[in-house]
Design a protein around this ligand. Sequence first.
Ligand code: NDP
Length: 496
Amino acid sequence: MTLEQTLPICIAGTWRLGGGERYASHYPATGEPVAWLNAASLDDVEAAVQGAHHAFVHSGWAQRKPHERAAVLYRIAGLIREQAEELAQLQRQDNGKPINETRALVASAAGTFQFFAAACETLEETITPSRGDFVSMSVYEPMGVIAAITPWNSPIASEAQKVAPALAGGNAVVIKPAEITPLLALQLARICEQAGLPKGLISVLPGKGSLLGDALTRHPLVKRVSFTGGTRTGKHIAHIAADKMMPVSLELGGKSPTIVLADADLDHAVAGVLYGIFSSSGEACIAGSRLFVARALYEPFMARLTAAAAQLRVGDPADESTQMGPLISAGHRESVERYVALGLAEGGRLRLGGERLRGGVFEQGYFYPPTILEGLGNHQQVCQEEIFGPVLVALPFDNEEDLLAQANDSLYALAAGIWSRDYKRAWALGRKLQAGTVWINTYKQFSISTPFGGWRDSGLGREKGRLGILQYMEQKSLYWGMNPQPLAWAGVEAGQ
Ligand code: NDP
C-alpha cells in the first residue's frame, strides 16, 4: 500500500472505503501525512452497528464458554507482541509520541488482552446465601453492542482497555477512534480477525466524533458506551445515555495535584514531578499539572526542578533518547500557548519555557518546551482548567490544612501524588485527597489489575481490575425453587 492509496476501514467484518470524506492522519513531528483514509459516514455507523448486533446474535461468541473466548484474547495478546515494533512505529507516526513511550503502550495493550483473557476464564458467578426454599445465584450476561470512543493521546492502550473486557464479556464492539489517530484501532481490528474473532464483532469508524460518535451513542442497538476523552464531550454522552437509560463509563480530564512535603526525598520528588507532568508532553489525563511545595522547601526545590526540566530532551520521536515529542496538532499547540499567555495575564511568572522552540526539527512539527509557571493562586483559570500540555503551575503551601483546601479545590479529581519520607503522614494525607488514584512516592505508574477512574468532572465508573469485565455484562439473579410443596399463598397442596 502506498501513501497515496486510501486505507480501507473495518465495517462489520468487511474492509472497504469509508463513505465519508477523504482525509489524512498526519505525523505531528513533521506535519506530513502518514496515511490517507475515508472517514466513515452515518450509513457506515448504521452498517457497523447492525453488523455487530447480527454477529452478537448469530456468531455464537456470547455463548462460547469463557475459556474459549479467553483463548482468542490470548491469541490477540500474542499477535500484538509479535507485531509490537510495527505497532509502536505506527503509533509514533499517528500521534507523535516518542518511540520508547509507544513501545510501552503497545506492551500495555498486549498485557491488557492477556489480563482480561485470564479474568474471563476465572470469573466466578456466585451462589448467594438463601433466605427461603430456593437456591439463589448471581450470574452475568453479555450486553450486546458496545461503543468504544477513544481520544488521540494513547490510542492502542485506550482501545485495548475497552475492547478486551468488552469482548471477554461476550459482546460485539464498535470503536470510534479519535479522528486524527485512527491507525492503531484499524490495526487492532486486523489483529482480532487474525486471532480468529468471528467476523462482525469488531468495527472501526474513523471520522468526526460530533457526527459518528454522537450517532453511535444514540443508536438503540448500542447497549453501553465506554468513553475516554474530554469532560465536555463526556457530559454530552452522559445526557444521551440518560435518555436511553444506558450505562456509560466516562474517563475524563484532570488537573491533578502533586505534593512535595518538607521531608520528601528530593531526588525522587524531582524525578517524579518531572515525569508526572512532562512525559507524553503533558498530553495525559493524569498529568501532575498542579505542583504544591512546602513553603520552606519551595525555592531550593524549584531551583532543582527547573534545572532538571531544562535538561529534558525534546525532539524527534523516532530518536530513542527523546523524552518529549511534539504536541498532537498545530491547533492544540496554539491552545497550550493561549493558556500560558493567560497565566501571564493572570499575574503568573515564567520559571521555564513558555516560548516555541526554534530551528531544525522544531520548525516543522508542533513542539513545545517544558514550561513552569508560578506566582499564581489555585483559584486562577490556568490552575483550574486542563491544559493537556507540558505546562506545570507551581504553588507553595503553608500547612496541611492549607494544602488540602487547595489540592481538593478543583472540579477534577482524577489523580494526585505525594512525596514524603513519612509514610504515616503520607497515608493520612492520601486518604484525605479527593482523587480516583493517589500515588505515594511514585507517579503515573499503572497496573491493569488496579481499577482506574475519576471522581466528579473526571468521570464515572472504573476501567481495569479483574472486575472491569463486569462493566460490560448485565448482572442477573437466578432463583431455583427447592420446596417440594407449592408456594403457600395460593393454598394449593401437593398431590391434590
Ligand atoms: P474529546 O472529548 O474531544 O474526544 C474524545 C473522543 O470523543 C474522540 O474520539 C472524539 O472524536 C469523540 N467525540 C467528540 N465529540 C463527540 C460527540 N459529540 N459524541 C461522541 N463522541 C465524540 O477529547 P480529546 O480527543 O481532545 O482528548 C483529550 C481529553 O481526553 C482530555 O480532556 C483528557 O484528559 C481526556 N483523557 C482522559 C483519560 C482518562 O482515562 N481519564 C485518558 C486520556 C485522555 P474526534 O476525534 O472527532 O474529536
